[in-house]
Design a protein around this ligand. Structure first.
Ligand code: PEP
Length: 274
């Protein structure tokens, strides 16, 4: 199927477009600032109880409010991994930084992923790709897998600048790293206009941007590394559209906001990840 933007896509190495055998699918749930303790516990228990029905081929991660990370990480089945929604950019393991949680402290509590650069952190907390690069660095130093979020605003897409915007985000955030350092990197393509809006990128738009992100990473590092990086889609993913979006050759799963707050919906999306 021809994509609307394919004519302006730079040349793409078709060999990269094949699903890489090393790329396991990942479905991650970003709970954001939701769920008091009882509700959070109920959802966590539901996911643990349902873990045996989840496909073995799909990795699962949840990012609950920070307060619950440590106990959830301890009690989680092997199937459900726990990640932070954010992390301090400080590279020190400890220090006088009130309110911050270092990557090292997360790791010590059994938390092995951290979302960095979510669009809500960018818009409500003024985070930019320079700062986000420091957060990625802090994750790498502490052995955490950074889930790096990038994506364009609606006006960028409407004016056909979405590829340039995402390239610039990647260029800034991934500057000065080596491929070896970024072995645990996960990228989440989250078009801002699709987050929490009910508007989803079409499967073609998602695949097209994922292929482009892989190409940019391939140019910056090397194509073998790029072929192994997992790239998730995020933006109003639901049980009804997940399978189609995930079918894109460069789409390795999803970062799920609203639909991860309902156990049945989240499990349905995990199953769509197969
Ligand atoms: C998100 O916030 O990362 C997200 C994808 O949210 P939603 O699924 O609600 O659009």
């Amino acid at each position: 199927m021809a994509c609307a933007y394919s004519s302006i896509l730079p040349k793409f190495d078709a060999s990269l477009a094949k699903k890489h055998p090393m790329r396991r699918r990942l479905v991650a749930g970003n709970w954001k600032m939701n769920k008091g303790y009882r509700e959070a516990r109920a959802l966590f228990d539901y996911l643990n109880d349902t873990a045996r029905d989840m496909p073995a081929e799909v990795d699962v991660m949840i990012a609950p409010p920070a307060l619950y990370l440590s106990s959830f990480a301890k009690e989680s089945t092997k199937k459900i991994e726990v990640g932070a929604q954010d992390v301090s950019q400080r590279r020190e393991a400890e220090g006088a930084y009130t309110g911050e949680i270092s990557a090292s402290i997360l790791n010590s509590a059994g938390v092995h992923y951290a979302i960095v650069g979510h669009s809500e952190r960018r818009s409500y907390h003024g985070e930019d790709d320079e700062l986000i690069r420091e957060k990625i660095r802090a994750c790498i130093d502490a052995g955490l897998a950074p889930v790096y979020c990038c994506g364009e605003q609606l006006e960028d897409r409407d004016s056909d600048r979405h590829f340039d915007v995402v390239r610039k985000q990647l260029d800034t955030a991934l500057k000065d790293f080596t491929a070896l350092e970024l072995q645990k990197l996960i990228v989440a393509y989250e078009p801002v206009w699709a987050i929490g809006t009910g508007k989803t990128a079409s499967p073609g738009q998602a695949q097209e941007m994922h292929a482009y992100i892989r190409k940019v990473i391939g140019e910056r590092f090397d194509t073998d590394f790029a072929a192994a990086v997992r790239i998730l889609y995020g933006g109003s993913c639901k049980p009804g559209n997940a399978a189609e979006i995930f079918s894109g050759e460069d789409v390795d799963g999803g970062l799920i906001g609203g639909a991860s707050l309902k156990g049945e919906d989240f499990v349905a999306i995990i199953k769509a990840g197969l």
